[in-house]
Design a protein around this ligand. Structure first.
Ligand SMILES: NC(=O)c1ccc[n+]([C@@H]2O[C@H](COP(=O)([O-])OP(=O)(O)OC[C@H]3O[C@@H](n4cnc5c(N)ncnc54)[C@H](O)[C@@H]3O)[C@@H](O)[C@H]2O)c1
Length: 250
């Protein structure tokens, strides 16, 4: 397939996990991919992987929670690769915590990266998308659609991404920009390490509902869905929240 031939695609959090798989997928289908990540070395590694596979990619360092950093990275990508037509927002962070003990800095970092960061990258890319059309795919989580103990900040941030997506979709639907959200369940990525530490006194049985009988998804499976939604095959989709979570939010 070559659904992204001639298209410039920006992938935030492209240095690892789902962002890496998405960057590789979009590039394999002909896209020129800007790989944005806080960890420049990871972005560089993924860009090299894309090029080794015969694709085109450039790495950029970005902190999605910092408006100036986001603007600089998006401007540089547009200068180097051309007008962005696709944005996939994969950058994310999280951890388990007892809400009554959670340090303010942890709450703030999770909201800043997951929710504010998704908005800031969309805000910086939108002028390009409005100049001829395009598509945004945000990444939420089953955690944006259900309550999960010890995950107040993460659930709040991803619930915010869900409704941010709907609001942006409504605002831009008549102006050639589709905005959709993919909501994965557990994926086998380094992200899982951040959730290994349980808070003191945690009742593990309350977390049974976030385990699917189907186990974890591979990031490539979720990237395939993102590619469909972002491509012209998803033409009639906007404002959609698409779960890919092994049935845990049924
Ligand atoms: N892995 C899962 O089980 C799972 C489940 C549901 C949703 N998600 C969501 O999927 C998305 C991708 O997660 P993943 O599993 O690939 O995780 P990951 O940890 O493998 O990758 C996340 C990437 O985001 C980058 N990042 C973090 N903070 C950033 C910042 N401030 N600015 C720019 N980049 C930043 C990291 O450096 C990393 O490369 C996240 O939004 C996550 O919340 C993950």
């Amino acid at each position: 397939m070559s659904r992204f031939q001639g298209r410039v695609c920006i992938v935030s959090g492209g240095g690892s996990g789902l962002g890496r798989a998405t960057a590789l997928r979009l590039a394999a289908e002909g896209g020129s991919v800007a790989v944005l990540d806080l960890a420049l070395e990871s972005a560089q590694r993924v860009a090299r992987e894309v090029e080794a596979a015969g694709g085109r990619a450039h790495p950029y360092q970005v902190d999605v929670a910092d408006p100036a950093s986001v603007r600089a990275a998006v401007d540089a990508a547009a200068r180097d690769l051309g007008r962005p037509q696709v944005l996939v927002s994969c950058a994310g962070t999280g951890c388990f915590a007892n809400s009554h003990e959670m340090p303010f800095e942890d709450w703030k970092r999770i909201i800043d990266v997951n929710l504010t960061g998704t908005f800031l990258v969309a805000q910086a890319v939108l002028p390009h998308l409005l100049d001829g059309g395009g598509s945004i795919v945000t990444v939420a989580s089953n955690a944006g659609l259900m309550g999960i103990a010890y995950s107040a900040a993460y659930c709040a941030s991803k619930g915010g991404v869900v409704n941010l997506t709907r609001a942006l979709s409504d605002e831009y639907v008549k102006r050639g920009v589709r905005v959709n959200c993919v909501a994965p369940g557990g994926m086998a990525t380094p992200f899982q390490n951040a959730f290994r530490n349980m808070p003191q006194g945690a009742d593990l049985s309350s977390l049974g509902k976030i385990r699917s009988p189907l186990g974890m998804a591979e990031p490539e499976e979720v990237a395939a869905l993102i590619a469909f939604v972002a491509s012209d095959e998803g033409r009639y989709m906007t404002g959609a929240i698409v779960s890919i979570d092994g049935g845990i939010t049924t």
